[in-house]
Design a protein around this ligand. Structure first.
Ligand code: SF4
Length: 375
């Protein structure tokens, strides 16, 4: 396990967190209705966005001016549509706004979580934490898989999301309604105080973004339990050596139509199982990767010929033959073009695979080690 996450997470905590996530998805329709009602009760403007284009049009409509809007973005990815035309939207960074180098009218920020029980919005260690008091409008994007059912779930999930030794984010903001900001009053008189309160409007966009597609596949549903703690990426040898994509992103990307269930999944994982070991909400990441490989394998003549999935499925045998000789050939065949990853596996002394559930693996595959077309 990575040293950065040295505090061990007990199995009890992991099971509780898994149940918290399960409870939301088990009754997702009711929970979404509940949170929408709570937002409205709290006086927030609520919108739904099924996809990115709808998200962009909502944001455009919520901006105060028709053009020259200065917008501070604290989101996972700024959609191209929003950043393409600087005459419509001038993108500002949270740092420049917080340091008062730029004045922004609007902050667009992802909530880390929202809570269905009372409609509160949670922001943990966001780069924009010092910007809330500096804008007139806050647009909060809530991904619909990042919702908790009860307020009592917050501390557990925040604890597990935190990467710090102290086991809790340094800054957690909880927002449940529009608020006022305190600003200097330039027209203060000797009778009035030197500041005034200005209203800040808060709008919430509930963002679906392909989540329904994943929900429809019962096997992949658990991938939505992710709380974006980053642990799986920290321990993933492929992510460390070659890509900036995490195991959970590989799984989700392959679920979504626009990525077309890519063949590259075979070179994006070694099925070492370390991601699954560290996941605090017990997502069966390795099983899900194997499941998706099976899907790609069944739909790709290229990979049927090469039987890479079949090779992966024979991990027990590979482990038994875990000699440097086999390691050399196996690693060279799959990761020969990536020097870092190749070196990592050549030097690694532990077993390649540690999946416990044998049943999910390709049962029809030949029991002998078939290396035709690979080595
Ligand atoms: S899938 Fe990865 S990022 Fe998501 S909760 Fe598990 S370890 Fe954290």
């Amino acid at each position: 396990m990575s040293e950065e996450y040295s505090p061990e997470i007990s199995q009890d905590l992991r099971e509780r967190a898994n149940y918290v996530r399960y409870a939301f998805f088990e009754d997702i329709d009711q929970n979404l209705l509940r949170i929408e009602n709570k937002f409205i009760e709290n006086g927030l403007n609520v919108l739904w966005a099924p996809d990115e284009s709808s998200l962009c049009s909502h944001i455009f409509n919520l901006l105060p001016k028709k053009s020259h809007n200065k917008v501070c973005f604290d989101v996972d990815r700024i959609p191209d549509e929003l950043s393409a035309d600087p005459s419509l939207v001038k993108v500002c960074t949270p740092l420049s706004v917080a340091n008062r180098e730029t004045e922004a009218e609007t902050l667009v920020v992802n909530a880390d979580f929202a809570v269905a029980e009372d409609g509160s919005l949670l922001f943990a260690d966001r780069p924009s934490k010092n910007c809330f008091n500096l804008v007139n409008n806050v647009i909060v994007i809530v991904n619909i898989d990042q919702i908790l059912v009860n307020c009592s779930d917050i501390s557990l999930i925040m604890k597990l999301k935190s990467k710090s030794q102290s086991y809790f984010p340094a800054d957690v903001k909880v927002l449940s309604k529009s608020f006022t900001k305190i600003v200097a009053d330039n027209f203060a008189t000797s009778e009035s105080v030197g500041f005034r309160e200005d209203p800040v409007n808060v709008s919430v966009i509930l963002y679906e973004n392909g989540i329904s597609d994943i929900l429809q596949d019962i096997s992949l549903r658990e991938s939505l339990y992710c709380i974006h703690c980053g642990r799986c990426m920290e321990v993933c040898p492929v992510a460390k050596s070659s890509t900036s994509i995490s195991p959970i992103q590989i799984i989700k990307n392959n679920c979504l139509d626009q990525y077309n269930k890519t063949l590259s999944i075979f070179s994006q994982t070694t099925l070492c199982g370390m991601c699954q070991e560290v996941c605090p909400v017990m997502i069966p990441l390795t099983e899900l990767l194997v499941y998706e490989m099976g899907f790609v394998n069944n739909n790709s003549s290229k990979f049927k010929d090469k039987k890479i999935f079949s090779i992966f499925s024979k991990r027990s045998m590979l482990n038994k033959m875990n000699s440097s000789f086999f390691r050399f050939f196996w690693t060279k065949a799959l990761y020969g073009k990536n020097k870092n990853l190749y070196t990592y596996f050549k030097n690694n002394k532990s077993t390649f695979y540690n999946l416990e559930n044998e049943d999910i693996i390709d049962k029809d595959s030949d029991s002998s080690l078939d290396t035709n077309g690979i080595f």
